[in-house]
Ligand binder design. Structure first.
Ligand code: PLP
Length: 432
């Protein structure tokens, strides 16, 4: 450990915010020197197998030659130009691809910076749509508990009220309607009364509701819960019946993670608005997209403002679009379904049996996502340190230890991730 290393970490600790972390008593951060394939290499010398895909974003591994080349090629011609009054091939190519692969009728695209902004854009589209139709009374949002849609204000207003700490921001947060979280999981028997409380909210408040927003099939940060596709089918039916726009937040689930290219495909439905982000660039740069139907785009464009009221500086950034194009091409040309299903099969064999450990409440697997839900909350600093000692990068939260590795992970590496989880489950120091 050289001076430079300790200096960097102590500067970081003193001056730099990390996600959801205290400045006065921060959790430790590990200094990364490089990342390659499925490995994150620390300045302290350890190489860690990445179980997190850097929060669902890295699909094909780090430092991928094809993605690197796409960026290098693009940088030779243009890194960025404003999108107001200018356009370019990387954005056009990406939009064509997204229109082709996403559920039908989504053929108008807004390219933006991050997942949270994609959700803001989706919500603004819904509000502006009803305003343009002279139904400004439809200005509220309906969602389900246990959801997570990002950290900006409109997104926060549809995050779970408890875990999203709505009370702190009460004076400025929009008041949304919350139905109970879906309770029938993907492998359980469906019951038609599952959506009755949701329907009651639609029935009572549809005159005020602009849009219903949900993470299809997988509630991520709100519990890593895999719920029944019939729930999403019922949501589509209710949105149609009560004239409410359906926003599918596929920021985490989009582009293959669940075993379908988009989680909406589990229910064979098409939303009115869809948000994509995270792995859109294969984990290289921040880019997101909000897609909507032609009807929504036309109604907004012919309304009072004559345009959609949003336009970020880095909209459609050419570098991000170029690497997104390369990442999607790679995904589609590289037998992604069999990769996801190989990971799924191995996780079912190796991770599901951890349910027998005394501290474990439940284990579950969907596509390339594996979850161990414990009875006790983790001690993040201690469990993280233990994982690093075991040569893996896994970052649990609450009572959830979960992995969704890059699709290039090999069976030996995946076994190492699962074995590391097994070892920490037996270490009571890692739990509170
Ligand atoms: C479903 C979902 N929506 C929105 C977001 C917010 O995305 P970002 O962190 O890029 O703003 C996330 C991030 O975890 C997410 O999982």
């Amino acid at each position: 450990m050289n001076n430079n290393y300790t200096d960097l970490l102590s500067f970081d600790r003193e001056h730099i915010w990390h996600p959801y972390t205290s400045m006065s008593a921060p959790l430790p951060s590990y200094l990364v020197e490089s990342a390659n394939g499925v490995y994150i290499n620390l300045a302290s010398g350890e190489s860690l197998i990445d179980g997190m895909s850097s929060w669902w974003s890295v699909l094909h591994g780090y430092n991928h030659p094809i993605l690197n080349a796409a960026l290098q090629d693009q940088i030779q011609s243009m890194s960025h130009v404003m999108f107001g009054g200018l356009t370019h091939q990387p954005a056009i190519d990406l939009s064509k691809k997204l229109i082709e692969i996403t559920p039908k009728h989504l053929d108008r695209i807004f390219l933006c910076d991050s997942g949270s902004v994609a959700v803001e854009v989706a919500i603004k589209m819904a509000l502006q749509y009803w305003h343009s139709k002279k139904q400004s009374n439809k200005h509220k949002l309906l969602t389900v508990k246990n959801g997570y849609h990002g950290d900006t204000f409109a997104a926060m207003s549809v995050c779970d009220p408890v875990t999203g700490m709505h009370q702190i921001f009460e004076s400025v947060l929009m008041k949304s309607y919350f139905a109970p979280a879906p309770s029938i999981m993907i492998d359980q028997q469906w019951q038609n009364d599952e959506t009755s409380e949701l329907e009651a909210l639609f029935d009572e408040h549809h005159d005020e509701i602009a849009a219903f927003i949900i993470e299809p099939i997988v509630q991520g940060t709100g519990g890593m819960r895999f719920y029944h596709p019939n729930y999403i089918k019922a949501c589509r039916t209710l949105c149609d019946k009560y004239e409410v726009l359906f926003i599918a937040d596929e920021i985490a689930t989009g582009l293959g993670r669940t075993g379908k290219l988009f989680a909406c495909e589990w229910a064979d439905i098409s939303p009115d608005i869809m948000c994509l982000g995270k792995t859109l660039t294969g984990g290289y740069l921040s880019l997101a997209a909000t897609l909507c139907t032609k009807d929504i785009a036309n109604v907004i464009s012919e309304g009072e403002a004559n345009c959609f009221m949003h336009g970020p500086t880095y909209m459609g950034n050419p570098l991000a679009c170029a690497v997104a194009n390369a990442s999607i091409d790679l995904l589609l040309s590289d037998n992604w379904q069999s990769k996801v299903s190989t990971i799924e099969t191995q996780l079912k064999t190796e991770l599901l049996p951890l349910v027998n450990r005394s501290i474990v409440k439940d284990t579950r697997v969907l596509g390339s996502i594996g979850v161990v839900e414990t009875n006790q909350a983790v001690n993040v600093a201690k469990i993280q340190k233990r994982f690093v000692e075991l040569g893996v990068w896994i970052r649990p939260f609450g009572k959830l230890i979960y992995i969704m590795p890059p699709l290039i992970i090999n069976p030996t590496e995946l076994t190492k991730l699962v074995n590391a989880i097994d070892l920490v489950l037996n270490d009571e120091n890692c739990f509170i």
